[in-house]
Design a protein around this ligand. Structure first.
Ligand code: GDP
Length: 320
């Protein structure tokens, strides 16, 4: 039988099985054949092969991991190893706010680069548009920078409902992963889509160690989107993977010298500098990336993000 990982860690995973039964499963023989080095062997969205327990209807063993369409990862600084956040997703929703907590564009640039690495379409969701600071010129300028690069921007408010119909349309029948700093409103958005989740979230806190402010473990939630957001249509579903509260997003799987390949506006310039592939894009004459920054084709803000991430990857130092 097959199933999908809902949540879990170490060697205990909740799996929604093909027979629609949720089973708590351990890994058969304690080890799975997976690609190397991850802090966690499985994550929400992973499809697995299950052997049901003959003695208990709600437990089983995971005997194999089915091939992944994609996976979204980060470097887990504390665990000193890469961490799987979500697998087999259609969309990454990068949630940010103009304020409360302060707008952190570098966090988004990191998540966008990681999405490029994973080959996952990323959308920027700017929540809390009801706040007076939502019209801040610097925030607007950064949002339009990303829009020009082809990233879709949705300006929403989980409180006032602004933009939620458009967001609902985007995530309908898709599996999405939510990423954002703690406090940007991920839980509020989940509850705004499916109000029955207000109750379920309470249940989930016990079940998945989900605190009021941070999600300790990632979890896959199946939401039935409110009909007021779907033009009256009932039974419209979406799957959202809520990731653990991430304060700082450190990239994984990208060599510092290749980082420009994951910045859309720099990718096509890589290799065309006078010093070719050995150009560091920092001070060389004939550097096409620096020329593009001076010409305003690559924004200074994005170049600054690239510099900082590149430094971080090269030195392995990601102190705040
Ligand atoms: P999470 O940590 O990302 O899950 O964030 P929460 O959903 O717990 O929200 C953090 C705080 O922001 C809570 O006090 C929410 O009431 C508030 N909040 C969430 N969405 C909005 C919004 O659209 N507008 C305003 N003004 N506050 C919001």
């Amino acid at each position: 039988m097959r199933g999908i990982i809902i949540s879990g860690s170490n060697n205990s995973f909740d799996v929604n099985c093909d027979d629609d039964v949720l089973r708590r499963c351990s890994i058969k023989g304690k080890k799975l054949k997976t690609e190397g080095g991850f802090y966690n062997p499985l994550c929400p969205g992973d499809m697995v092969e299950i052997e049901a327990d003959e003695l208990s209807e709600t437990s089983g063993r995971i005997s194999a991991l089915l091939p992944r369409k994609n996976r979204f990862t980060r470097w887990n600084v504390k665990g000193r190893s890469p961490q799987l956040l979500a697998a087999n997703v259609d969309l990454l929703l990068c949630v940010t706010t103009p304020d409360e907590p302060p707008f952190r564009p570098r966090f988004i640039d990191r998540a966008l680069a990681q999405a490029e690495e994973a080959g996952i379409e990323a959308v920027i969701v700017c929540n809390k548009r009801d706040l007076p600071s939502a019209a801040d010129a610097d925030v607007e300028a950064r949002l339009s920078d990303w829009e020009e690069l082809g990233y879709r921007i949705l300006k929403v408010s989980a409180h006032s409902g602004e933009g939620l119909t458009e967001l609902a349309e985007l995530i309908e029948e898709k599996r999405c992963v939510l990423i954002g700093q703690s406090g940007v409103g991920k839980s509020s958005l989940i509850n705004a889509f499916d109000s029955s989740y207000a109750l379920k979230t309470g249940e989930l806190s016990e079940k998945y160690g989900r605190g009021t402010h941070t999600t300790v473990k990632g979890v896959l939630l199946k939401l039935c989107i409110k009909s007021s957001l779907t033009g009256g249509r009932q039974n419209v579903y979406t799957s959202l993977i809520d990731t653990p509260g991430v304060r700082r997003f450190v990239l994984h799987g990208i060599e510092p010298e290749n980082l420009a390949l994951y910045f859309r506006e720099m990718k096509s310039l890589v290799g065309s500098c006078t010093f070719g592939m050995s150009c560091t894009h920092k001070s060389e004459a004939g550097c096409k990336i620096l020329e593009a920054v001076h010409a305003g084709i690559v924004s200074e803000e994005r170049y600054e993000s690239w510099l900082r991430i590149q430094e971080e990857l090269a030195t392995g130092s990601w102190a705040d």
